[in-house]
Design a protein around this ligand. Structure first.
Ligand code: RIB
Length: 299
């Protein structure tokens, strides 16, 4: 089985239950506050490990972040390439409304202090055919992508959260892009689902594309065919990390050599379970739970 290196953010998530998202000029009381482990990178690492992948995490925390490496290790993720910087760890302020939807304010902290030396030290342990999962919450992405491509690693990039610097990245080096409609529209410069896929297919002919469509499921395009996957019915408690669960599961299942259709199905089931629970990392299921779940497909 190919190994997976997930190079990405580690955050302390401060989660507030609110009656509605706070508006400009408004002061709002929350019903509760909980602190969870999160960060798109950490969530995707945990999802990939809970899906049965062989996963290492690379990234940076502050002196306050040992809880983040603890949960990675408890979930079976190797943390040898997580370094500890002088500043605080990254954190996220997350509002969750009664419908389970969220909005997120990020503070990058140590996630934005990654050095080339740290990258070299992590990547030298990986080889051609190994998977590298990246999101857009750490600094140094162009260097990480170029060095990983030189090694022949399969770069999986999730351009989340999307920002104006995304076009500066060497995305022609990506092996697989996983993105939602908003990210796809920003990358392609158009908003129709088919047009997004057609545009990106022309731009990067060898790259696999996976477009997630929320309640409409997802579409996978490998250059030869387009596979469509629907979602599973679930009770929405908290959507935080549903996308990360999907990404981590999909990549781990691909690394196990499962057919793409099966990877899409398992990733969709895992995301549905994550949505039915509060928090980011704590909501991600293990593979046995996904396989034995009696989820029904949504029509
Ligand atoms: O995708 C969810 C994650 O986004 C949260 O865990 C938060 O930390 C932010 O990175």
């Amino acid at each position: 089985m190919a190994r997976i290196l997930s190079y990405g953010s580690l955050n302390l998530d401060l989660v507030y239950q609110v009656p509605h998202f706070v508006q400009a000029g408004e002061t709002l009381s929350s019903a509760s506050r909980t602190v969870h482990c999160g960060g798109k990178g950490l969530n995707q690492s945990i999802a990939a490990a809970r899906a049965g992948g062989t996963v290492s995490h690379a990234g940076k925390i502050g002196g306050d972040g040992s809880v983040l490496t603890d949960i990675l290790r408890e979930s079976g993720v190797d943390t040898d390439f997580v370094t500890v910087g002088d500043g605080p760890s990254g954190h996220a302020v997350i509002q969750v409304d009664p419908a389970g939807q969220n909005c997120i304010l990020l503070f990058g902290g140590s996630n934005q202090e990654i050095t080339h030396k740290e990258t070299d030290r992590a990547l030298e342990h990986f080889q051609a055919g190994d998977y590298l999962i990246l999101q857009n919450e750490i600094n140094g992405l162009p260097y990480i992508m170029e060095q990983a491509a030189r090694r022949g690693m399969r770069i999986v990039f999730n351009p989340s959260p999307i920002d104006e610097h995304i076009g500066d990245l060497p995305l022609d080096q990506a092996w697989l892009l996983i993105f939602n409609e908003i990210e796809g529209a920003a990358l392609a410069g158009c908003s129709d689902e088919t047009e997004i896929l057609d545009t990106l297919r022309r731009r990067w002919p060898r790259c696999r594309l996976l477009l997630t469509l929320g309640s409409r499921g997802c579409v996978y395009d490998d250059g030869l065919r387009r596979l469509r996957q629907g979602i599973y019915r679930t009770r929405t408690v908290d959507t935080t990390a549903a996308g990360d669960t999907f990404t981590g599961y999909f990549v781990a299942c691909m690394a196990q050599g499962r057919p793409e259709g099966e990877c899409l199905d398992l990733a969709s089931r895992a995301a549905a379970i994550a949505v039915s629970r509060p928090g980011a990392a704590p909501s991600i299921p293990v593979i046995d739970e996904v396989l034995s779940s009696s989820l029904q497909r949504a029509e």
